[in-house]
Design a binder for this molecule. Structure first.
Ligand code: AMP
Length: 170
């Protein structure tokens, strides 16, 4: 199945100069494009998934669709201060400054097989922090699924001890 790269719009200098923002809104408007993208991000058929974990905010769009199709639950990882119950947090460095993400402590049970999902794998800092949270709660990452990988940023080695599924590589 050929994925249509024109459904991913590159916006220059957003949200700040020098960033080439990958805009997935054209993809979201195209139902067959979404279907193909979901298919490309699915784990191998013999992989059992107990929970899909999606990262705020664009991991909340296709993540729950993947969970529905895998017949499992969805768990959000959010920016610090957004989740109401008891949380576990992880911080990581950005180009300038740092960021902190959180997960509910009771969202993952020890031994749960987790599919981690986000829209873009860029430097990998967000995904690495998310893996830390999942594993700190006793979860086992069985697949990392992204809509887009920015290959030039070379994040793959940071997480390639897990199977990785990517729909679009740039
Ligand atoms: P990173 O931690 O560098 O891998 O960045 C991943 C996170 O930042 C994802 O949650 C993306 O939503 C966002 N992100 C990073 N770079 C881009 C980009 N060029 N276009 C759109 N989103 C991006």
């Amino acid at each position: 199945m050929e994925l249509n790269e024109s459904l991913i719009r590159t916006v220059q200098d957003f949200p700040k100069p020098g960033i080439q923002f990958k805009d997935i809104t054209p993809l979201l408007k195209d139902p067959s494009g979404v279907k193909q993208c979901l298919h490309a991000m699915m784990p191998d058929p013999d992989t059992v998934v107990d929970v899909v974990v999606g990262i705020e905010s664009r991991g909340f769009i296709l993540g729950p669709m993947m969970a529905q199709s895998l017949n499992c639950g969805f768990v959000p990882i959010r920016k610090k201060g957004k989740l109401p119950h008891q949380t576990l947090e992880a911080s990581y460095d950005l180009e300038y400054g740092s960021a902190t993400i959180e997960i509910h402590r009771d969202a993952i049970q020890p031994g749960d097989r987790v599919l981690l999902h986000d829209d873009v794998l860029a430097t990998g800092g967000t995904a690495v922090a998310a893996v830390k949270l999942i594993e700190a709660l006793g979860g086992k990452v069985v697949c990392c699924s992204f809509i887009i990988e920015l290959s030039a940023l070379k994040a793959r080695p940071l997480i390639d001890r897990y199977p990785i599924k990517v729909a679009y590589q740039f």
